[in-house]
Design a protein around this ligand. Sequence first.
Ligand code: TNX
Length: 675
Amino acid sequence: MKKILVIFLSLSTFNFQNRALLAWPSQELSTLFAQNLVPKPVSVERGEGVVTLIPFRNIEAATSELAPLADYLAGYLPAGQVRLSLDAPEHIPAEGYRLEVSPARITIAGRDYGGVWNGIQTLLQLLPAEIYTGNGSAQTLTLPAVTIEDWPQMAHRGVMLDVARTFIPVDQVMRLVDNISRHKINKFHWHLADDEGWRIEIKSWPRLTEIGAWRGGDSPVWAVYGAWDRKYGGFYTQDEIREVIAYAAVRNVEIIPEIDLPGHSRAAAIAYPEILCGYSPSLTASADYDIRNVFCAAREENYAMLDDIIGEVAALFPSPTIHLGGDEVEPGQWSRCPDCGALMAEHGITQVARLQDVFMERVIDIAACHGKTAYVWGEAAVSGKIPRSTTVQAWENPAASARKFAANGYPTVVSTGEYFYFDMRQSPRDVGHIWAGIVTLPKVYSFDAEKIGFTSEETANLRGVEATLFTELGLENGPGYVDYQLFPRVCALAEVAWTPASGRSWDDFEKRLTQSTLSAPSHFDRLAAMGVAYRAAEPVVADTRPLKTPAVVFTSSLTESEKDPFSGVASYKAAARMSRAPVEDDWFLWTFSAPVSASQIDLKTGYDHLQRAGVPQGRVEVSYDGRTFETAAPMHDLKATLALDPARPVRALRIVCSSHGNGENFTLIQPLKIR
Ligand code: TNX
């Protein structure tokens, strides 16, 4: 059957000056029906004709609970007649809604407050993208008559942001909450404390932020990740946090605060060294730094301190849960501690790592006393000791390993690296970590619990999915980093969490994301109007010149390790690892067997993809005669690039360190890149 759809375009925002009468071929109808909505709704039924909204404010909230949403919407719409209510049809579950756009009026009937919020977001997506610039409310707008019934598949649709490694100012946190909420994301997991920074004001323990919120410069917390030459940091006051909570609450976003315990606690330990196990650490390897970062499990005062901290966090955040971390605990610190040894004996524990159960049970109990259940990272639940009221966030690969927590009776959120770690690269040429592989947009979109083996019992414990953005790479990649890493991957995550698997198709999703039609913007158009610096396309390959690998000998003032010896660097195949941090005047020397003619040499210290464990400050020297050296470039962000004259062949190169330590107890040197 050939349908002809007649549309009056009166959208000045689309820059159509003339009213046009357009006939659409039938194959375009599905696109018109769908309006490029993201995430895709459960059911969409196109009505007759179009609805025109004229600048005249009248948004009616059926109950006072919905008044903030009427205000929110009035900021976007000219809105003749919009009614928001809580009388969704019975078959619509939590956070669901029925949206009806008819020439008579627009109604959004939610199951609950969140349902109305979600309906509003769908309504905004039926309008021109320009609505998101905030200039729409004074204009006449047209949208298709339509009835949408819609609800989420998963209760937990989350995004985590690490503000410890890179401090994200409060206005940017709110902006992020706004942008994720437009995708019907309903949990914002705020990773507030880690080794490199404590970001939440705790009134009973003020040094946590006075000292722990700042690194580098004159702070006893050493520099790491991107800000080597200055004091760097920041924190949120409790008043600021209250503001973010209120802002998020209007947007149906629950904020889950995280204090990462008992590991990842170096910033806290530098502010209050007494929380560490009572033994003298060996400082030789770490250039005088005490690199310990684990709360002593046996020190009773630690639990009193954590009672204060958790108490303040619990009082501040209305969320019924608090995330207590539990990942990557270094058990070696407990195994050297006589008090922890005694505690193990008392509990009949033979494996030191299992002392974590004792610690986690204590802090989960403290949270319970403050009226909160807990979230923890996967490792904290492997032994199955902690209570089943605890939600487990499974992050390690493969995704199927999350099943064991669900099978063991824990409410489970899947954040596995291979699908949902948005600090991973989006393509081989992007910036990012790679430990969980390349997390492309189609990879995120392909997550399907059933396909990775979740049984129906396990699925019953699957609360949802959550993307994480750890920000070790935030500073070196600049202010656009958070948007670039999150979008459009958050759009894919939102659809995985919202839309039934049977309704998902990559090809269709990609079209909605990238292809605008005369009647509907693409979702990329919307992101652009929101001001999101999303990743639009494959990055350009920067340099395809072949690398040269001339014969070279690599030596250093540091001793080579057996596992990652100097020969890796000399063969251009692998990094060399030395088992202490560099200090002033340490050197790393490349001596070529024959003079090398090159136009550019890139030197990189530390991890290949991460500013860590390298030479923070120093200079690169070049020798053209094999005896005398001249300074060629400073080290910056653990690396240096030399622009050379190919007519002057190079005999040797060396890095001379001018700083003390690198915050680790080892050093990595990458092979040269010679062009
Ligand atoms: C693992 S995820 C961590 C983080 C790192 C991240 C980098 C988790 C619970 N721990 O501390 O930032 O990898 O991808």
